[in-house]
Ligand binder design. Sequence first.
Ligand SMILES: C[S@@+](CC[C@H](N)C(=O)[O-])C[C@H]1O[C@@H](n2cnc3c(N)ncnc32)[C@H](O)[C@@H]1O
Length: 244
Amino acid sequence: MKGKILGDILLVKEVNDDLQELLKIPGVNKIVKLGHISGPQRKPEVELLWGEGTETIHKENKCLFKMDVSQVMWSKGNTAERIRLAKMVGEDETVVDLFAGIGYFSIPIAVHSRPAKVYAVEINPVSHHYLRENIILNQVADVVEPVLGNCRDVAPQKVADRVLMGYIGNTHEYLDVAMSTLRAGGVIHYHESVPEKLKFTRPVERIKRAAGDREVEILNQSVIKKYSPGVYHVVIDARIGIRC
Ligand SMILES: C[S@@+](CC[C@H](N)C(=O)[O-])C[C@H]1O[C@@H](n2cnc3c(N)ncnc32)[C@H](O)[C@@H]1O
């Protein structure tokens, strides 16, 4: 059986096994066939094969994520990155998550690092709805402020010690937004899907171009996962400008 379990839902790409057998997996009450995930709002195509409804609560790294798998995506391949970021934020920091989704990064950061503030910006009203629910479920309403809208229009200016760009697609088109959201000396965590040959070179060049005459210090560059044949999902951590 190939599939992943999210809360009480088993997500499968195809069904070769007997559904009754799959339902014997401990904790599984629903089976959903997952198709393509597409568009800037990362909406999945799904078919409910067994059970009622497509909403669930998934637990990861001591955080609860309520979501409707027919409306929002969940990437298992990003688990290590969610954990890495959750533990690196300082207590006095202000974080701006430009592509917050249901709180993939904002919630673990708030739970594990308890920074001063996390602004969690999300364009999709359905994801924003679950983000609000997840803030309550994880008791982080004093830390995380959900902001509905396009980050280009609604992201706060010059406040962030850290900006998260955890979205892949046309992420580089938002580097100017990240730069105007950052304080001098702040760090961006920039994600990109890149052909193997350009791994690290293209994203670093794009960051440097967007930074203009500000200094760029590359703190980390790593592969999060293989995205498609010959294409990698990478993250670059970069400090921009000099800390005042
Ligand atoms: C799905 S998340 C990426 C996955 C996540 N990093 C993880 O760990 O699984 C990306 C989110 O960015 C949102 N988004 C896309 N463009 C946006 C924009 N211009 N402003 C704000 N949010 C945006 C999408 O709606 C989506 O919820």
